[in-house]
Design a protein around this ligand. Structure first.
Ligand SMILES: [Fe+2]
Ligand SMILES: [Fe+2]
Length: 434
């Protein structure tokens, strides 16, 4: 092999060729482009995008560069079909990145290049992302909300408010596109991802990564009760063809934890949709929390609330979570847990051992990003509720030092509730800004 020729060719491919011909290339605007993480968010990024296979084969290939650099690096991943659609889901995980660094990337094609192999031909607009810090010295900001794409307008408007607040990432707590695992509703995912790609863009143009937990509406049979596709009727990741095909995180079996250095661990749990609450998931949770005693902030997000604001307190799954997970959350030192599914806003008192306790966990919910809000239980007659309101909202968390600050923003962009927890101290509620 002629090494000098290869070197020369790589120079031509990397610099001259795209500069000369890029303007003439047909642009590929992917119908969906979104980010998530599978490993350390300070050094990796997972890029997902879609293409339509009837319009031709595309490799899962992209080029990326540090925003301050001129050198592009090629990365190639894998693809698989999105079930029962014309779409291909492309996945490329970038690794070995620098923390707190802005990167640009562009999609493209691998073109056959004779005996030399392939050359990369960029053909998409350039997008950007930012890796997370390696340490928790800087404020860490993230959004949390669930029950997202009920109607498009609510979903879109809330996304705009979230993006304006410039979060590093967004946790979505289930009931994402409401397709119910049904191929006839696959287009709901097209719309969900189109809005996410368009609206969940930070003020500086960064795409905002998504960390999705599973909900009953990601599941064929709408499973979350013993009778609704649960125990004895084949509860399994196989009932969620879209959720698992669209997102690498949490991946199968449907629950996972993502570690941000040693300053934050995010648990995405499955509240009886593809996995039972008790059994392997609870055993995993206990072990995973035990290995994270050194982590400064641990938060958990899942769909069905342990402390519901609309549905009954004695709901089967709520009872299971209170029995199996909540004691582990308490032992693991969690102070903030995010719940969804009830289509309301709620904040509980700090709770520990089934009682109000200033050092306990505050449960924030209950999933009303883009669905019609429901009536809540009366706060004064519900021992665990500190606040409940029938309102669209997304929660916005800032971690700094040992402070966890949470504000909840409604569909008008107004703050409807705001509090913080310092270390092991009690929640301190701020003035209502409305
Ligand atoms: Fe829902
Ligand atoms: Fe739900």
């Amino acid at each position: 092999m002629n090494v000098r020729f290869l070197f020369t060719w790589s120079i031509v491919c990397g610099f001259l060729w795209p500069a000369s011909f890029a303007a003439e290339l047909p642009k590929f605007d992917p119908p969906a482009l979104y980010l998530t993480w599978q490993r350390d968010p300070s050094t990796t990024m997972t890029v997902h995008w879609h293409s339509d296979w009837t319009e031709g084969f595309r490799d899962p290939a992209l080029q990326y560069q540090e925003a301050k650099s001129r050198k592009w690096t090629l990365a190639v991943g894998a693809w698989h079909p999105m079930p029962f659609t014309n779409r291909i889901v492309h996945t490329v995980e970038l690794t070995g990145l620098k923390p707190s660094t802005e990167y640009r990337f562009r999609l493209g094609k691998l073109m056959a290049q004779g005996a030399l192999g392939f050359r990369f031909e960029p053909d998409s607009p350039t997008n950007k992302f930012r890796t997370m810090p390696a340490t928790g010295d800087q404020p860490i900001r993230f959004a949390v909300g669930g029950d997202v794409y009920g109607d498009r307008e609510r979903y879109e408007v809330m996304c705009r408010h979230v993006a304006e607040l410039d979060p590093h990432f967004a946790i979505v707590g289930g009931d994402i596109a409401y397709e119910n695992g049904n191929p006839a509703n696959a287009r709901r995912w097209f719309a969900f991802l189109e809005v996410w790609m368009t609206e969940m863009v930070a003020p500086d143009g960064r795409l905002i990564p998504i960390l999705p937990a599973i909900g009953n509406h990601e599941t064929h049979g709408n499973a979350y009760t013993r009778g609704g596709g649960g125990v004895g009727s084949g509860i399994s990741p196989n009932r969620s063809p879209y959720y698992f095909s669209l997102f690498s995180m949490p991946g199968k079996p449907g629950y996972n934890v993502l570690d941000f250095g040693n300053y934050l661990s995010v648990f995405l749990m499955d509240s009886f949709h593809a996995n039972r609450v008790a059994g392997p998931q609870t055993e995993w949770l206990e072990q995973a929390l035990g290995r994270r005693r050194h982590v400064k902030h641990i938060v958990a997000a899942y769909h069905v609330p342990a402390y519901p604001s609309y549905r009954p307190y004695r709901g089967q799954v709520s009872e299971m979570i209170r029995e199996h997970w909540v004691p582990l959350f308490e032992k693991g030192g969690l102070r903030l847990v995010f719940e969804h599914h009830d289509h309301t806003y709620k904040r509980t008192h700090p709770l520990r051992g089934g009682k109000v306790d200033p050092k306990g966990i505050v449960f924030v919910g209950d999933g009303c990003w883009g669905v019609i809000p429901r009536k809540t239980h009366p706060v004064d007659k519900t021992w665990y509720l500190a606040r409940a309101e029938s309102v669209n909202h997304v929660n916005f968390v800032t971690l700094q030092g040992d402070r966890r600050h949470v504000k909840s923003v409604n569909i008008d962009g107004h703050v409807i509730d705001e509090f913080h927890l310092d270390g092991k101290g009690p929640p301190v509620v701020s003035g209502n800004e409305r």
